[in-house]
Design a protein around this ligand. Structure first.
Ligand SMILES: *Cc1c(COP(=O)(O)O)cnc(C)c1O
Length: 425
């Protein structure tokens, strides 16, 4: 198996390097657990989409919930990217990182009125609306501000993306989007509301999708609707096919972004929609393979049934294994000689679900550093303070060097904002 994250990630001698920066040394210098991201790897992943879309009207909106570090957002904003946001907090981050609000699409099944106002004032490009009730609230909020809210309707195309049930979003029976057979009526309603301006149509069928076919099915379903909606005189400027393209964590072989884009463009052309603006909302595929989590081995605990390798990173730092039973590669930062033993790599959190990898053949000793690979997406973004554990530091590497882009959290800051009851302490 090649290293997921190659060619950015490579073994040089016995040492694991991310774009030329030794991970063991970074773990020593900044402490562990430590997220390390490669800026060039992120830009390469983005460039694959950009190249494939060259000459076509398009906008790539990075789905920032995958990794919302300001330096990551800045990297993409400077490369011309827009953003897919799902909260007012994410909008604040985009603006703080220098992103342009007119390249922001606002997704999410439960936007508050305050968030709607905030986004209207900022001037986002579009609201991806998920229900009739949301159309009505957004209309009221926009009219109160004396403006019109640009809207796209998120359609649930009822296609099976063939992924984990928790990250599948385009099937009947999940909470996302407007059912395909109610969409035309929803567009009529939207067009009748004076506070709204209909601008597009969108979908997002799931995450970690490793086939092109579900995307083509979803696009066909969207284009059927585009034709029906426009036949009623409601013009749609853009078609937004969402995100969800998978990455290789292990032996998966997802399509390249270039192949996915080419297939979608060919389908648009074949159906006579070649001039229409295409939006993408990739998250994982832009950042997942560009990051690793470095952790130190605390204790080895061989047992009768299982051997436990206890490390200083836990489910609060990286939730994917515990939450989705996700398999992520674990590699020693420096290879050592010896016979490999099978270990369950687990964290210190008081939950049996606190594991990073099971049954992994490793040669390890206490004090060694390990890297969990492909941790750039839904890693730090889902980190919590469970067990009062301060969140990890984050560094970004590029040709210019190593940049600390988020300081390690301090334990005493974790109870900022909490109050003891009055009386004797
Ligand atoms: C999460 C999400 C994305 C990005 O998904 P990835 O699998 O990270 O590419 C895009 N659009 C919407 C609406 C989302 O919720």
């Amino acid at each position: 198996m090649t290293l997921p994250g190659a060619p950015s990630l490579a073994r040089v001698g016995g040492a694991l390097e991310l774009d030329g920066h030794g991970l063991d040394g970074l773990g020593q210098r900044f402490g562990t657990p430590l997220y390390v991201y490669s800026r060039p790897a992120m830009l390469r992943a983005l460039a694959a989409y950009q190249r494939a879309l060259r000459g076509r009207p398009h906008l790539i909106c990075y789905a920032m919930k995958a990794n919302a570090n300001l330096a990551v957002l800045q990297t993409f904003a400077q490369a011309g990217c827009g953003f897919d946001i799902v909260s007012g907090g994410e909008l604040e981050r985009v603006l703080a990182a220098g992103g342009q609000p007119d390249r922001v699409v606002f997704s999410g099944v439960g936007k508050t009125r305050a968030e709607m106002r905030q986004a209207l004032r900022a001037g986002v490009r579009c609201f991806n609306v998920e229900s009739l009730a949301e159309l009505d609230s957004l209309d009221a909020v926009a009219r109160a501000l004396g403006c019109r809210a640009p809207v796209s309707l998120r359609i649930n195309p009822d296609v099976d993306a063939g992924t984990h049930p928790y990250i599948s979003t385009g099937l009947k029976g999940n909470k996302f989007g407007i059912a395909h057979d109610q969409a035309l009526a929803a567009y009529r309603h939207a067009a009748s509301l004076p506070g709204l301006q209909v601008v597009g149509i969108d979908c997002h069928i799931g995450s970690q999708i490793v086939q092109v076919a579900p995307y083509l099915d979803a696009l066909d379903r969207l284009l059927d609707l585009v034709e029906a909606v426009e036949a009623e005189g409601i013009a749609l400027q853009h078609v937004d096919v969402g995100g969800g393209l998978g990455i290789a964590y292990g032996t998966e072989q997802p399509p390249d972004a270039a192949d996915l884009v080419a297939a979608l463009l060919a389908r648009l052309d074949a159906r006579g929609h070649g001039a229409r603006e295409l939006l993408f909302e990739p998250g994982r595929s832009l950042v997942g393979n560009a990051g690793v989590l470095v952790t130190e081995v605390l204790v080895l605990k061989p047992g009768e049934q299982k051997n436990f390798c206890i490390v200083d990173a836990a489910m609060n730092d990286l939730l994917r294994p515990a939450m989705y039973e996700a398999w992520m590669a674990i590699e020693p930062c420096v290879q050592r000689a010896g016979a490999a033993v099978r270990w369950d790599v687990v964290g210190p959190v008081c939950e049996s679900g606190d594991w990073l990898g099971r049954d992994r053949a490793l040669v390890v000793a206490p004090g060694d550093r390990l890297a969990v690979l492909s941790a750039g997406a839904y890693g730090m973004a889902m980190a919590s303070n469970y067990n009062s554990r301060p969140r990890a530091a984050e560094v970004m590497v590029d040709a210019g060097g190593v940049h600390l882009v988020r300081e390690r959290e301090q334990a005493e800051r974790l109870f900022d904002g909490e109050h003891l009851l009055p009386g004797a302490a």
